[in-house]
Design a protein around this ligand. Structure first.
Ligand SMILES: [Fe+2]
Ligand SMILES: [Fe+2]
Length: 377
């Protein structure tokens, strides 16, 4: 047991056999003549970058460098430039807006967007942290994903902070994904994908399993984060553009930057898996995925916008989903699922670039503009 008063003392004394359990988990060579344990294979040779793989790699995952995927490390460094907590943002005006300035239809939009997002972010956290990260075999990928897990937890805190600040009934809001079919529809699709890869018996050496895993990663990166989240913030941004709920919108701007990076990283990782492995995605399965996502999104939009609000419509929402879906498909190097879809919300992309927004809103965002030099999409 570690002595907290003298944590280094243990290292100076001989290690009892039982205490070396974590060391003995490493493969060891049998010709241990030096008194120190040696790694198996090419004994003490450093891991070579070219031996790393995104999945199913054999190189020792505990060696960070040399990098095989320097872009993954850059994602990690860039992610750390978008750092905030929900407590940094003043919510006082939002409380006033919600109770005295929003119409009933606008309150309905606001509450249900938060109800959907807060459940979604827990799913996103469980997906990347429990189902995806453990299957990666290069540490630079896992390190960004570890940051992503933290960010998803931070997003959940952010929604909780908004819900609590406004004074919404927490138990009721958090339960909506179960009782509102139009929210549950999206959550069930995501749960189905997650459940299919959150099994201890998965063997990514098998073609069918690998294809299913990649499809799930495509879904979470390109649809769930890249479209549903990206587009999901826009009703709140529409309120922000009219000077309403600006604190919440600012919180969502930070989250959006994270989500654009999660999407970009996921797509990059998927493309690398496709490059390294003999796996092809079924174009029909991809097309079906987009159509299912579009139908669920349209249902959801019909519910949250059952009564129109000023400056934002069901048509805008659905058209923008299709437009963003095409962008994600292009990023993946795949066919656009909705050819000819038009951009209905040209201001939405600007929301993910906070540097531009500082011209419109004098808020704390301006203090974080170091990250504004990044290309977010
Ligand atoms: Fe998130
Ligand atoms: Fe995310």
């Amino acid at each position: 047991m570690l002595n907290w008063d003298d944590p280094l003392g243990q290292q100076r004394s001989p290690m009892p056999a039982a205490a070396g359990a974590c060391v003995s988990a490493l493969p060891v060579a049998s010709d241990d003549v030096s008194g120190t344990q040696r790694l198996a294979g090419d004994t003490m040779a450093a891991v070579r970058a070219e031996d790393k793989r995104v999945i199913n790699g054999q190189a020792d995952i505990n060696q960070l460098a040399p990098f095989r995927y320097p872009w993954a490390w850059k994602y990690f460094l860039n992610a750390n430039k978008n750092h905030w907590t929900p407590l940094d943002i003043n919510m006082a005006q939002d409380i006033q807006d919600y109770h005295h300035r929003l119409s009933p239809a606008e309150r309905h939009v606001y509450e249900n967007v938060l109800a959907y997002l807060t459940t979604s972010d827990i799913l996103a956290m469980r997906n990347i942290g429990l189902a995806v990260m453990e299957k990666m075999s290069a540490p630079e990928l896992q390190i960004y994903q570890a940051r992503q897990v933290y960010e998803e937890a931070l997003h959940t805190w952010t929604y909780q902070h908004c819900i609590e600040s406004i004074g919404l009934e927490q138990g009721e809001i958090y339960n909506r994904y179960r009782v509102v079919p139009q929210i549950r529809g999206k959550i069930e699709i995501a749960n189905r994908r997650l459940d299919s890869i959150l099994r201890p018996d998965i063997d990514l050496g098998q073609a069918e399993e690998l294809e299913n895993f990649v499809m799930a990663y495509v879904f979470f990166a390109a649809v769930f984060e890249g479209c549903w989240f990206y587009n999901g913030f826009s009703p709140i941004f529409a309120l922000q553009r009219r000077g309403l709920m600006k604190g919440t919108a600012e919180q969502l701007q930070y989250i959006m930057r994270d989500e654009v990076m999660h999407c970009g990283f996921g797509i990059r990782t998927v493309k690398q898996i496709l490059l390294e492995n003999d796996v092809k995605l079924d174009p029909q399965a991809l097309h079906d995925m987009w159509l299912e996502a579009e139908a669920a999104e349209a249902d959801y939009a019909g519910f949250i916008l059952r009564e129109p609000i000023l400056g934002y419509s069901i048509d805008d929402h659905n058209a923008q989903f299709r437009y963003i879906a095409n962008r994600r498909a292009r990023q993946l190097g795949m066919d656009e699922p909705f050819p000819g879809a038009e951009c209905r919300l040209p201001w939405l992309d600007e929301q993910s670039n906070i540097r531009k927004e500082k011209n419109f809103f004098e808020t704390r965002v301006t203090e974080y503009q170091t990250g504004g030099t990044l290309k977010w999409d």
